[in-house]
Design a protein. Structure first.
Length: 145
């Protein structure tokens, strides 16, 4: 009940619907705050879904707020959305800490791993939240112009 579909179908559909409904081009998304719970069942599926949706975009950067605060269950999505908005505001995003052994095949160039934040002018950010029983949400934010 808590595990994503084996091929990430729900995650992919959620991301694609968010892009479609917002009118945002997938090429404009350059930062993703991933759901990333540090579970083999979820993280690799979400990573594969991100590659499916965005390809291997060299400008795309991915991180996980849970690496620093843990899983807040129902509050996770709200806190991660705030982190995504803060990345826009501060033009930087926090790292992924405590990630020492990424799964084989994961392109760590997409990930901000280590103790230091990274500068980034966010064009569009995607904040993902995937809950128990298939409750999925993907929210896009962009700087006000």
């Amino acid at each position: 009940m808590t595990e994503s579909h084996p091929d990430g179908a729900g995650v992919i559909l959620c991301i694609e619907k968010a892009l479609e409904q917002s009118g945002v081009s997938r090429e404009d998304v350059n930062y993703i705050n991933a759901h990333a719970t540090s579970t083999p069942a979820g993280d690799l599926k979400q990573y594969n879904a991100l590659i499916h949706c965005f390809g291997k975009n060299p400008d795309l950067r991915v991180n996980s707020t849970k690496s620093m605060i843990g899983h807040l269950l129902g509050a996770s999505g709200a806190v991660e959305a705030v982190a995504a908005v803060q990345a826009i505001r501060t033009r930087s995003k926090h790292p992924i800490i405590n990630l020492e052994n990424p799964d084989e095949g994961v392109d760590t160039k997409l990930l901000v791993v280590g103790p230091k934040k990274e500068r980034l002018d966010v064009k569009v950010t995607l904040s993902n939240s995937f809950g128990f029983g298939g409750h999925n949400s993907s929210v896009l934010f962009a700087p006000y112009k």
